[in-house]
Design a protein around this ligand. Structure first.
Ligand code: ACM
Length: 263
């Protein structure tokens, strides 16, 4: 497909209340469906909330991927609505927790990504993941990174070099930088980025809202408020993300010279 409709659902998950969070996710999936959305992205840790008061609370709000209650809900609704959805999930795997995101489509569970670069106190709760994935779906090649992954340019680069046309980016942002930096990251990789952030306050953390959708030209093509739950939309042309030329003689992939970079 070339032109599809994408969205970011900016919500306020309730810390420690997965049932309420599932009801909210379902409500926003219905809103996306009413607007004929092909892909909708939700924030990081949408099933559980973020700022856990203990490891026990984090475990109590976690679930398996696949198999967990939120994943089952997503499978049912993505099939019924013929839609792809990326949602940040507090994932339990035996005795370990991961800050993960799941991709589900009309065909069912597609895959998951476990956050590689853990932020601040997340290091006390979660194990980190160890690689970035791009999923080849019926609508687009979709790569996933989560929140603080953004500050490592290798994350988006790795996804773009694997062929991502869209980077789905569930976030729980508390620092003020990303919305300024996102256009650069989209431009240098010539990809669409959908950053779905959350709002609200948990303890000493204030989440910053302003979910954004950015084009491969580095333009913010949709932006949410700082303080309200809402859904933002954009019709995007994937041909733009497949064309890596910034001038007729400059291609951001073909002109790379890895042997010149000391990493
Ligand atoms: C973050 O990675 N949640 C800031």
């Amino acid at each position: 497909m070339d032109v599809i409709r994408v969205a970011a659902a900016q919500i306020k998950p309730i810390l420690g209340d997965p049932e309420k969070n599932r009801r909210k996710i379902a409500r926003f999936l219905e809103l996306a469906h009413n607007d004929d959305v092909d892909l909708v992205v939700f924030p990081e840790l949408s099933n559980s909330g973020y700022n856990f008061s203990s490891t026990e609370q984090a475990f109590a709000t976690s679930e398996n991927i696949p198999g967990g209650k939120t994943i089952k809900l997503l499978e049912r609704m993505a099939h019924e609505y013929s839609m792809y959805v990326v949602v940040g999930i507090n994932e339990r795997d035996d005795n370990a927790l991961y800050n993960s995101a799941v991709l589900v489509g009309p065909e069912g569970y597609v895959g998951k990504y476990r956050k590689v670069h853990l932020f601040f106190n997340e290091k006390d709760i979660f194990k980190r993941g160890n690689r970035f994935y791009v999923f080849d779906t019926r609508i687009a090649r979709i790569g996933i990174m989560i929140c603080f992954d953004w500050i490592f340019p290798e994350a988006a680069r790795s996804l773009a070099l694997q062929g991502a046309e869209i980077i789905a980016h569930p976030t729980n942002l508390v620092l003020p930088y990303w919305q300024k930096m996102a256009p650069l990251r989209a431009l240098e990789n010539r990809v669409y980025i959908i950053s779905a952030n959350r709002i609200g306050i948990e303890g000493d953390l204030t989440f910053t809202g302003r979910s954004i959708i950015v084009s491969p030209k580095g333009e913010i093509i949709a932006e949410a408020s700082r303080t309200h739950e809402e859904i933002i939309y954009a019709d995007i042309d994937l041909r733009l993300a497949r064309n890596k030329n910034v001038t007729p003689k400059n291609n951001v992939f073909e002109d790379r010279l890895p042997e010149a970079y000391t990493l």
